[in-house]
Design a protein around this ligand. Structure first.
Ligand SMILES: *[C@@H]1O[C@H](CO)[C@@H](O)[C@H](O)[C@H]1NC(C)=O
Ligand SMILES: *[C@@H]1O[C@H](CO)[C@@H](O)[C@H](O)[C@H]1NC(C)=O
Ligand SMILES: *[C@@H]1O[C@H](CO)[C@@H](O)[C@H](O)[C@H]1NC(C)=O
Ligand SMILES: *[C@@H]1O[C@H](CO)[C@@H](O)[C@H](O)[C@H]1NC(C)=O
Ligand SMILES: *[C@@H]1O[C@H](CO)[C@@H](O)[C@H](O)[C@H]1NC(C)=O
Ligand SMILES: *[C@@H]1O[C@H](CO)[C@@H](O)[C@H](O)[C@H]1NC(C)=O
Ligand SMILES: *[C@@H]1O[C@H](CO)[C@@H](O)[C@H](O)[C@H]1NC(C)=O
Length: 250
């Protein structure tokens, strides 16, 4: 079960971006993928303006990302890294900077894991989806910290095994921003201490971040297996909850 007391996220101010972006503070991310480094140009014949979101630059054999890298599944355009972070074998801290949220200061977060050195999918949930709310409708600094995120269900790695943690932020209009951290499972005593220097909830008036649960239907039906929800109600409940939290923040 998801326990908020086990979460850690960090937020910092960044240069103006069109949507909120994430920085994974702990464990360390694959690298800086918040920039936009491609072109959408009517003078470049290799790009149909505005159409693809990724372009291949023949001369130096690199990829450019005209709308920014973080929109790319699965890891925001970044390849698997070799500088992995040791992470506790029973689960551990995750600290994320949600970034800047102009317009509406809320977003949905998914945290998943892919197994092995080069995961081909990230289909294993570590936490149920949750929502964060920011202090204002304009950009703000801040961070949050989940100190003990569990492993996906039915997954028992060995010390030395590799995996990738994927953080997805859903922006206001449903577009997803991707970011990943590559880890090696380690005995907790071999993992450097995580403390407020790299994992902190900011609580000031300008950088306080709130949390909201989104879905409750699974636990309701598990707790009351004899209850019959009609399909409409089971859709309506999470929708109403999501709307209620949203209305609080517009
Ligand atoms: C951050 O806030 C969440 C939600 O209240 C809480 O569960 C978590 O323990 C806090 N993190 C730290 C490091 O105190
Ligand atoms: C790994 O190396 C890249 C490239 O130097 C760097 O951007 C990234 O922060 C590093 N990640 C970790 C976890 O050290
Ligand atoms: C590749 O070429 C493009 C276009 O000239 C340039 O903008 C970009 O910085 C180059 N990238 C690298 C990694 O050298
Ligand atoms: C864009 O940035 C990524 C990551 O730093 C890099 O791999 C890629 O070569 C860059 N592309 C261009 C066109 O500079
Ligand atoms: C985990 O990744 C590291 C660095 O990329 C590699 O040296 C090591 O062999 C990998 N471990 C396993 C069990 O494949
Ligand atoms: C995802 O990867 C896991 C192994 O990491 C594999 O067992 C599973 O079948 C894969 N799922 C899909 C949908 O490819
Ligand atoms: C936080 O942990 C680091 C090791 O990761 C350590 O060097 C540092 O002294 C700690 N800071 C505090 C305030 O405990």
């Amino acid at each position: 079960m998801f326990r908020f007391t086990e979460l850690v996220f960090l937020v910092a101010g960044w240069a103006p971006l069109a949507w909120g972006h994430t920085v994974i503070v702990y464990p360390g991310w694959r690298g800086n993928n918040i920039h936009t480094n491609g072109t959408v140009s009517p003078t470049d014949n290799s790009i149909i303006p505005g159409s693809i979101g990724i372009n291949y630059i023949e001369e130096n054999k690199t990829y450019g990302f005209p709308y920014g890298m973080q929109w790319m599944y699965p890891c925001g355009g970044m390849p698997t890294s070799t500088n992995r972070t040791k992470w506790p074998i029973g689960g551990g801290a995750i600290s994320v900077q949600p970034g800047w949220f102009p317009g509406h200061s809320l977003a949905f977060f998914y945290i998943n894991m892919g197994y092995g050195n080069e995961p081909l999918n990230m289909s294993h949930s570590m936490l149920p989806v949750f929502q964060i709310t920011g202090p204002t409708n304009i950009q703000y600094p801040g961070s949050f910290c989940l100190p003990q995120v569990p492993l996906p269900a039915n997954y028992t790695p060995q010390i030395g095994d590799n995996a990738t943690i994927q953080i997805i932020e859903l922006a206001q209009h449903g577009a997803a921003l991707y970011n990943c951290a590559d880890i090696t499972f380690a005995d907790p005593k071999d993992v450097p201490e995580v403390n407020e220097t790299n994992c902190k909830n900011t609580t000031g008036p300008d950088d306080h971040i709130g949390f909201n649960f989104v879905f409750t239907t699974t636990s309701l039906s598990a707790a009351h297996p004899s209850l019959q929800f009609n399909p409409y109600a089971s859709i309506l409940l999470p929708l109403l909850l999501a709307m209620a939290t949203w209305l609080t923040w517009i």
